[in-house]
Each structure stands twice: as structure tokens, then as C-alpha cells.
Design a protein around this ligand. Structure first.
Ligand code: IMP
Length: 181
């Protein structure tokens, strides 16, 4: 029996309205930064799927998207510290403006791994977009170029983020309290 709390019991950290406003701002910034060019959004499955789909619809550029899958927390709350590639992109990254789209930057190990992987593929440019940033947890020397919200060291779910695959469909970003799972 799963004792994880029901969605309605969770405390909201970032509301859907704030997310909508901020995603629109990030998309406007991307539209300005790449004016006259095209971009490829590369979403990190599964957590970034909702962020990417909202962001992509607000970007007013020639935009394509692709997805990549890497190991992250393996179903729990602790990072294994080891990143493995499960699914690669379908298209060539050579001479493209790539924006890696992540749900959250935590230790930064995942995005550091992906940055190195994509820099080896001779992109025209490479930037990082992340909805959330737990800056205080960073161990790898990487930062986002387009960051939605810097958040405290809490385990969060919703708007794509999960705990054991649950809660991804919540429209708000909520805190999963320690001790309740
Ligand atoms: P990092 O490699 O430590 O930066 O972790 C990145 C990945 O860990 C994210 O893409 C998420 O899948 C997962 N993660 C980190 N923090 C959280 C959280 O608070 N809630 C849900 N997933 C998280």
C-alpha cells in the first residue's frame, strides 16, 4: 500500500499562474536572443515534458524539438551520482542552436553530463533552460541560461516532476514533505 500523500494535501510552492507568467517571460527572452534563427529544444524525459510543451508554444521562432532520456534518481529521492544515457535524440545536432530543457537543476550532474555530450556534437550554440533551480544543492559547476525559479532545498513534485512516477500531472509545483513518503 502506497502511503504517499494525496495531491490535495501537498503545499503549493509555485502556483500554475506564476509558472504560466514565467514560462511566457522565458519564451520571450529566447525569442529575442535567437531572433532570425531557428532553435532545437531538447527535453530531458520525463520531467521536462510539460515545461517543454508550454515553452515551445510561446516561442516565436522556427522551433523543433527532440527528447533525451537519462537516469536520474532511479525512483527515489537520492541521486545515484551516476548519469546514464537511456535514449538519445533522433536528429543531428551539428550546427544547430540547441537548448537543453530540464525540469530542475539539483546537483547539476545530469546537465553537466548532457552539456559535455552535446558539446561533442558540434552545435552552433548550446544553452540550458530549467524551470526550477535548487542552487544551494549544486556540486557540478553548471548554471542555467534560462531559469524559471530558484527554489529552496525541498523535494518538489508536479508540472512534470515526480516521486516514484506520481504527481507529474499536478498543475502547480508542490512540496513533498520529508517523512510522509
Ligand atoms: P541533478 O543531476 O542532481 O541536477 O538532478 C537532476 C534530476 O533529478 C532532475 O531532472 C529530476 O529528475 C531529479 N530531481 C532533482 N530534484 C528533484 C525534486 O525536487 N523533485 C523531483 N525530481 C528531482
Amino acid at each position: 500500500m502506497n502511503s504517499a500523500p494525496h495531491a490535495a494535501e501537498l503545499k503549493v510552492l509555485v502556483t500554475r499562474d506564476h509558472i504560466r507568467e514565467r514560462v511566457a517571460e522565458l519564451a520571450a527572452q529566447i525569442t529575442r536572443d535567437y531572433a532570425g534563427q531557428s532553435v532545437v529544444l531538447v527535453g530531458v524525459l520525463k520531467g521536462a515534458a510539460i515545461f517543454l510543451s508550454d515553452l515551445a508554444r510561446q516561442i516565436q521562432l522556427d522551433t523543433t524539438f527532440d527528447f533525451i532520456s537519462v537516469s536520474s534518481y532511479g525512483g527515489g529521492k537520492q541521486s545515484s551520482g551516476e548519469v546514464r544515457l537511456y535514449k538519445d535524440v533522433d536528429q543531428s545536432m551539428s550546427d544547430k542552436n540547441i537548448i537543453l530543457v530540464e525540469d530542475i537543476l539539483d546537483t547539476g550532474l545530469t546537465i553537466q553530463f548532457l552539456r559535455r555530450l552535446f558539446l561533442n556534437r558540434a552545435p552552433r550554440s548550446l544553452k540550458i533552460a530549467a524551470l526550477l533551480d535548487k542552487k544551494c544543492r549544486r556540486t557540478a559547476p553548471v548554471d542555467g541560461d534560462y531559469v524559471g525559479f530558484v527554489i529552496p532545498d525541498e523535494f518538489v513534485v508536479g508540472y512534470g516532476l515526480d516521486y516514484n512516477e506520481r504527481y507529474r500531472n499536478l498543475p502547480d509545483v508542490c512540496i513533498l514533505p520529508p517523512g510522509q513518503i
